[in-house]
Design a protein around this ligand. Sequence first.
Ligand code: NDP
Length: 471
Amino acid sequence: MSHPQPAGTPDATGSADLGDLTVLNPATEEVVAVVPAADAAAVDRAVTRATAAQTRWAALAPTDRARLLRRYADTVDTHVEELAALEVREAGHLPGNARWEAGNARDLLLYAAGGVERLTGRQIPVPGGWDVTFQEPLGVVGVIAPWNFPMPIAAWGAFPALAAGNAVVLKPAETTPLTALRLAELALDAGLPEHLFQVLPGHGRVAGRALVDHPGVAKIVFTGSTRTGREVMERCARQIKRVTLELGGKSPNIVFADADLKAAADPFSFLDNSGQDCCARTRVLVQESVYDEVADHLARELAAVVVGDPTDPATTMGPLISRQQVERVRSFVPDDAPALRGGAPDGPGFWFPPTVLTGERPDSAAAREEIFGPVAVLLPFTDEQDAIRLADDTPYGLSGSVWTRDLGRALRVTQAVRAGNLSVNSHSSVRYWTPFGGYRQSGVGRELGPDALTAFTETKNVFISTEGPAQ
Ligand code: NDP
């Protein structure tokens, strides 16, 4: 089976329109905004401006940089409602989720600001002198963000980079540039230096590539598909450019028979954000003795999901981001596939019903590939070893959950599964103060957490002789 490839990839079928960006409300298909797209020359100018701004920024006292970032956090805080409303309109997120996302950007700013004065080196004992290390900023960091969580993911790349003394040029996804543009305006309102944090909406194949290829950009932070991430990494390799990749996922939800089955089989573990979440637990692995019970529970829960316009308070799941994404998701779900299904609206908007495929083989495309929509597969396992084998049976390793009341088993399984972010008896994955990232084809490097700033520095080691020149 072939699945539609995203526009903007080198071998995408059809010709991608590389003109201005038309931002649609995915719930209504109404035009929210038309935004000019940056070309390679605009990227070049932005990097030149950022280089000058970074030199001045890094020369400021750490206390001053921290104070400005805290002021920026305060400014974001007073605009949480506005930013959230923008996210609802351009990305189709539920208002509650969108408020959380704006708050996440604010909180990460405060957390990163707290790191500025703590970005210390080390003193290492050596004979004949002193040895000290410094964490120096890289220079200009390029951030390429996706459309599924436009605001938090932009923030995760940009804010720790700024706190570590870098300038940032951010290219948001072409479908969702508005919240990032607003965040950059708010940075200026808060008093951050001009050109320190620039947002350049544009097409991946043009502005994204120009940022990746620009010799003045020291590091790329990319979040998106494994396919595009591979290209970004190859291009970065030509310049030995630093790169962090946060890529796809096909995360397991491992449900043992002794678990709290209702909590474990919460369909919002894969339906949140309409399943457009790299951490979505889209492979529900259930011990065979409770498979039927879990399937019955999921059938009832899917029927109760209210899919609709996010501005309707009754809605519990919104639209997908685009018609193209609906087509991509549909390509994994033939009409006659055995499945549990909920409902979805007709008419304008990009809709797909919540779906759990029940007849998939573990090696099918739907069971192994990232679908990025409200679709999970339900697969039985026999015992602990079988669960671990199935959990790891994809090229990915981003996230996952383990549900059991047996503590020893929970520990054994979380140690065995090859993934960067696991939860026991919980579906939560992401906190700005804990590290986030993937094993294997889910990515390279980590974002967030206590080492977030360090990822935007080079370590310099200096030895100072105490012996002095011979007298
Ligand atoms: P992409 O990975 O292609 O896009 C992510 C970002 O990269 C966007 O800003 C995009 O710009 C940019 N980009 C695209 N091509 C290049 C390039 N050659 N060089 C530099 N930057 C580039 O994902 P799509 O939006 O096309 O989504 C397709 C699929 O990817 C989804 O169905 C999903 O499976 C997966 N995905 C996974 C995400 C995750 O967090 N794991 C996030 C988003 C998507 P532009 O918007 O202009 O294309």
